[in-house]
Ligand binder design. Structure first.
Ligand SMILES: C[C@H](NC(=O)[C@@H](N)CCCCN)C(=O)O
Length: 593
């Protein structure tokens, strides 16, 4: 049945709907990354980075196990019904997450991310299984590419829309962050609606194909019975039968017959996993380490780019003329009278520090500074006293800081956040543009295993550059986008070539579960590395990402070796490989005479 769906024109509508359905998932998955700085301002805490990492970790922890069962249920219950269940979960999760942000509660926000995660990853599994049913052979990677492209548009739109909503759309009872998350919930509602549209289309196609198959079966068996009657009619009956066989064979494309047997009647068991071969396990390992330096990197990209390029720490020699007074704003004694200069040299002609792209210097201590009576200020507290001011004390949502005492710092922080958020979109922007083209090429030239080892090579360069050089981040981020797009273009369409057709859902579930092990653990490692390095991401976190990419190169090399030994399926154009073609011989006819 699966193979025959790939012959129906309506598959393109299914693809379009499946892609639109994923926008909500991708938009909301990356909400925390794009709202990182706004959340830090809304809910300042010394544990902020840990809570922030947990938003990704709790999404992934249940998914270390669940997609495996999700994939199994996809194989058992059918992918379309699973689309509705999982889309409902992402909507419910996003609602709880947005509610949590509205009441500024970490426990609710984390609970929302758990529920969202239960739906999000399983939805990816169900959707991959739908695509593998409707698209085969020379259209499979193209379908995955188009899908990833539109999904990633969701990530890119989120990077622009969410910070803008958070900045500009705060109402009295709804802070900006929660407004941005409620917009996400609206988009998830749209995804659920789209999932509901796919189900009847899939059902109608399944029924139509079942009817056609039954009609063909009835016709051929009645002709066979007639043919067995003997007598002079045999020759003409036989030629009618040949005709039917030819028409039927034409209906199933050659690649469909080779790659996708009808799986409806075959029993599917979780224990089928033990039959998954080395190629599947290498693909899974590659997915773990290579995605480990793509998705977690994106979660921290805003902070990494701020620290590296747009909000660099000023040198310790750069100090305020009056370190115990406000640096800029309505409460500064006189902004021009409290400049920052290197080494405390305030003589005429010494230039200001720290300069463009650096965080402005803020007061080192404050003694009972009050907003009382200053027009244009509505401060959170009546007076502010700090023996030592640290960056986490500066709450730019409070007028005291943003308008009164560290205006230059808050303005520069807001500008740096906007720049980091748009620059960090580069990889996903590239993925949105390149994925369909790469999918089309992979379907035509193969070399899946080769590409799966070249992409992490590029990632090694990207993360070494980000970790150890200080120039513009544009070139490495373009590299990250190209490498990620190449890798995704070959990884996901390779899965159906590594297992039997009946286990494709289970295989997608398992590889997603393994991927989520990395997505759960890696953000925690990154935040620990940051804490251990005095709150700085660089270079340690980038060393970690480089290590993941290097492991990807190694696994990629093994993938090529084992693929070559097993007939070169992954590197072949059609995913059949030398050995399988030889084994299977010509396409199996529907019946033998
Ligand atoms: C296609 C691939 N998908 C995944 O990696 C998912 N397991 C995670 C998607 C995150 C949004 N829910 C990709 O995005 O490259």
């Amino acid at each position: 049945m699966a193979s025959q769906k790939s012959q129906l024109t309506v598959r393109w509508l299914v693809l379009l709907l499946a892609c639109i359905m994923m926008i909500g998932n991708y938009y909301c998955y990356d909400n925390p990354a794009s709202l990182h700085n706004s959340m830090q301002t809304l809910m300042p805490s010394t544990n902020f980075e840990t809570y922030y990492s947990l938003l990704y970790t709790v999404y992934s922890i249940p998914n270390i196990v669940l997609p495996f069962f999700g994939g199994f249920f996809v194989d058992k219950l059918g992918a379309p019904i699973c689309l509705i269940i999982f889309s409902s979960l992402i909507l419910a999760g996003q609602i709880v997450f947005a509610f949590g942000a509205s009441v500024e509660s970490w426990p609710f926000m984390l609970m929302g991310r758990v529920i969202f995660g239960l739906g999000g990853e399983n939805l990816t599994v169900a959707q991959s299984a739908v695509l593998a049913q409707w698209f085969v052979g020379k259209e499979l990677a193209l379908a995955f590419g188009i899908n990833l492209s539109i999904s990633r548009l969701g990530s890119v739109i989120n990077n622009y829309v969410s910070p803008a909503v958070a900045d500009d759309l705060a109402f009295s009872d709804f802070n900006g962050v929660s407004m941005a998350l409620w917009v996400g919930a609206l988009i998830c509602g749209g995804s659920l609606f789209t999932a509901f549209m796919i189900v009847p289309i899939d059902k109608a196609a399944t029924k139509r194909l079942k009817d056609t198959t039954k009609f063909n079966d009835d016709l051929t068996s009645s002709l066979l019975e007639d043919g067995e009657d003997g007598g002079g009619n045999n020759r003409s009956k036989a030629s009618s039968f040949d005709g039917i066989r030819a028409v039927s064979a034409e209906r199933m494309s050659t690649s469909a017959m080779l790659l996708h047997e009808d799986i409806d009647e075959e029993e599917i068991r979780l224990t089928d996993v033990k039959n998954f071969g080395v190629i599947f396990w290498l693909l899974s390992l590659s997915c773990l380490v290579v995605y480990g330096c793509v998705l977690p990197f994106n979660s921290f990209a805003s902070g990494i780019l701020s620290e590296r390029n747009y909000f660099k720490a000023p040198s310790s020699s750069c100090v305020l003329m009056n370190p115990g007074e406000c640096s800029s704003g309505l409460l500064a004694v006189n902004a021009t009278k409290n400049p920052a200069r290197d080494d405390g040299d305030f003589s005429e002609g010494v230039s200001n520090c720290p300069g463009d792209d650096f965080a402005p210097v803020f007061p080192t201590s404050l003694d009972s500074v009050t907003c009382n009576g200053v027009s244009g200020l509505s401060c959170d507290k009546s007076s502010y006293t700090f023996s030592t001011v640290t960056s986490s004390d500066i709450d730019c949502d409070d007028d005291f800081w943003s308008k009164g005492c560290a205006k230059n710092y808050c303005d520069a922080y807001s500008d740096a956040t906007k720049t980091s958020d748009s620059v960090m979109s580069i990889p996903y922007f590239i993925s949105a543009g390149l994925s369909p083209l790469l999918g089309f090429l992979v379907d035509r030239i193969g070399y899946r295993a080769v590409v799966a080892s070249l992409a992490p090579c590029m990632l090694v360069w990207v993360h070494l550059t980000l970790g150890f050089e200080s120039g513009s981040p544009i070139a490495p981020l373009i590299g990250q986008g190209v490498a990620y797009s190449l890798f995704a273009a070959v990884l996901w369409p390779s899965v159906p070539f590594s297992v039997e057709a009946k286990s494709v859902g289970t295989a997608y579930g398992l590889i997603t579960a393994i991927q989520n092990f990395g997505l759960a653990v890696f953000p925690l490692i990154v935040s620990q590395l940051k804490s251990a390095n005095g709150g700085l991401y660089l270079p340690n976190c980038e060393v970690f990402f480089t290590g993941c990419a290097a492991a990807g190169v190694l696994v990629g090399a093994l993938l090529n070796i084992f693929d070559a030994r097993r007939g070169g399926k992954l590197n072949s154009i059609d995913g059949k490989g030398r050995k399988e073609v030889a084994d299977r011989g010509p396409p199996t006819p529907l019946m033998t005479t």
